[in-house]
Each structure stands twice: as structure tokens, then as C-alpha cells.
Design a binder for this molecule. Structure first.
Ligand code: CUA
Length: 318
């Protein structure tokens, strides 16, 4: 409708980056225009009647009036229908806003004094920046490390408190490329007003390229990452890393670069490839004195990066 497009001219409202933003705007513009029309009828009517029924002579008398049932019914019933319509309209949009889509791209957001930290499942991290693909359901899983913050993207018309000790969620499906503001809308300390960020909506290819690029520079140093994988995969329960204590498997402390004797008498220098082989197919070369077929093979369970990280970590145990 033309009047709707007119009322949402750039100067009046923030850009609409999602379908929900458009829906919210439609409702808001309807309320605005309905209020304008109602004000015109009420105030205009009042002024008109004041003028029309003004006292014209000294003998003017107000006539006796009781009521008009039809009129009273109409001025009650018509607004009732409009208000209930607005309620249903608002409920419908709110429901869309809060019903989380299945299979959404999930991104973790951590609010803290005074920044927004973004964490992708791949390990990529960003500060005060979210990069999201266009026309994709994106779900934000949010928490805070200190006080209550509130995550707000005006152009998407979505806002949600970010609370320490629990997760809250928001979702959006951006339908326009571009950069949008992120604000914190809960007073959270002296730098509250500086707690701002950018939500960048890009094409799917651009998103993947960005993620790829960031995973090169944005992650932990390989060795630190390797240490984490080492813990997660419970490697430490069989291999000591801080001393030469013998557990189920050979100790890895100061083992890199040395030559070790295998069960078959073969002498093998422990280099990157030996580590790799021992992770992927542990029974290929078992160190003398240790049992066969004990360590599970990690073939197919680790990415190249994870492998490199483990290699770097083990190399560094000197
Ligand atoms: Cu965080 Cu205001």
C-alpha cells in the first residue's frame, strides 16, 4: 500500500533486514495511521462541533438529549474489532519472532563488559562482529559472563536479554545484504553505550570464505589447540605429558626427536609422521614393552588442522 511505503521512508524507520522487520513495520505503520485518523476524527469533530453549536443569541438553550443506541454501539464495537485485530496481528508476529527454526545455523554470543563475543562452531571467534549468510535461518545462543546485557539489532526488530548463568536465544533470517548495528540495550556499566557491534550479512560463498579465512588467523595457536584436543580425547589417561611416568602407553614427555625401539626390534625416530601414524593407526609401530591393540585408531575422527594441532602439542612437550 502506498501510504505504508510513504510512512516508512528511510528517515522514519531503520532499514528492514528481515521479513519480521517488515511485518513489525507494517503493524507499526498501521497503528500510527490509525491513531492519526482517530485523532483527526476526535479533535477535528470537537473543533467542528464547538464552532457549529456555539451560542448564537442570548436566548439559546441546550436541547434535552438522552442517548442514541446505534451510535453508542458503533463507536464501541468498531474500535473493539480494530483492537482485537491489532492484538491478533501482533501475536502472530511475536510468535514468528520467538518460534526458533529447526536446523538453523547456530552461533554463540557472549556478552561481557563491554563487548559482544561471537563464536562459531568451527572455533572461529570474532569481537563485536557477526557475519551471517543471507536467506539462512540463524539462531543466536547467548549468555553473559558478568551482568545482564541486552542484544538488539534495530534493523531486524529483534531484542533479547543476555543473562549470566543461562542461555537465551534469538533467531533471524536476513533478506538483505549489508551491515547492521548491534546495540546493548540494558544499562550494564560505564561503557554501556560503547557496547556496539556490526552484523554483516553476506552471500553464502562470502560467508564460507570468511569463515575459512578467519580459521587461519582467529584460532588458538596450534599447540594450545592440540592440548585441548588431547584433553577432550582423553589421551592423557594413557600418555603422560609432564614427566616420563609410564602409563598404559609410552610417555610423550621429551619423546619427540628421539629414537625409540619398536616391539619388532625396529628403531624409529619420533618425527611428525610417526606421531601422525600413531594417532591414525596406533598398531602400525608399537613401542617395545607396550601392549598391542589397546589404543583406538583416530582415522576419520580428526581434521587435518586438529591433527597438526596434536602434532604441534606433542612436539612441544620438551
Ligand atoms: Cu551491555 Cu549495556
Amino acid at each position: 500500500m502506498m501510504w505504508m511505503n510513504l510512512a516508512r521512508a528511510q528517515s522514519l524507520m531503520p532499514a528492514e533486514g528481515t521479513q519480521i522487520a517488515t511485518q513489525v513495520n507494517n503493524l507499526y505503520v498501521f497503528l500510527l495511521v490509525a491513531s492519526l485518523i482517530a485523532s483527526a476524527i476526535i479533535i477535528g469533530g470537537m473543533i467542528f462541533f464547538v464552532w457549529k453549536y456555539r451560542r448564537k443569541t442570548a436566548n439559546d438553550k441546550t436541547p434535552y438529549m438522552s442517548h442514541n443506541t446505534t451510535l453508542e454501539f458503533l463507536w464501541s464495537f468498531i474500535p473493539l474489532v480494530i483492537f482485537l485485530g491489532v492484538f491478533a496481528w501482533g501475536w502472530y508476529i511475536y510468535h514468528n519472532m520467538r518460534a526458533m527454526p529447526k536446523d538453523a545455523l547456530e552461533i554463540h554470543i557472549v556478552g561481557k563488559q563491554w563487548a559482544w563475543e561471537t563464536q562459531y562452531k568451527s572455533g572461529v571467534k570474532a569481537s563485536n562482529l557477526i557475519v551471517a549468510p543471507i536467506n539462512t535461518d540463524v539462531k543466536l545462543i547467548m549468555t553473559s559472563t558478568d551482568v545482564i546485557h541486552s542484544f538488539f539489532v534495530p534493523s531486524f526488530r529483534i531484542k533479547q536479554d543476555v543473562v549470566p548463568g543461562r542461555y537465551t536465544a534469538l533467531w533471524f533470517r536476513a533478506n538483505k545484504l549489508g551491515e547492521y548495528h548491534i546495540f546493548c540495550t540494558e544499562f550494564c556499566g560505564t561503557q554501556h553505550s560503547g557496547m556496539i557491534g556490526t552484523l554483516r550479512v553476506v552471500s553464502q560463498q562470502e560467508y564460507e570464505a570468511w569463515l575459512e579465512e578467519e580459521s587461519k588467523v582467529g584460532l588458538l595457536p596450534l599447540a594450545q589447540r592440540g592440548e585441548k584436543i588431547f584433553q577432550v580425547k582423553a589421551c592423557a589417561s594413557c600418555h603422560s605429558t609432564a614427566d616420563a611416568a609410564v602409563k598404559v602407553g609410552p610417555p610423550l614427555f621429551k619423546a619427540f626427536g628421539k629414537t625409540h625401539e619398536m616391539a619388532n626390534g625396529e628403531k624409529v625416530a619420533m618425527d611428525e609422521n610417526y606421531i601422525r601414524e600413531s594417532i591414525m593407526s596406533p598398531n602400525a609401530k608399537v613401542v617395545k614393552g607396550f601392549p598391542q591393540n589397546v589404543m583406538p585408531a583416530f582415522q576419520g575422527q580428526l581434521s587435518e588442522t586438529e591433527l597438526s594441532a596434536l602434532v604441534e602439542y606433542i612436539k612441544g612437550l620438551q
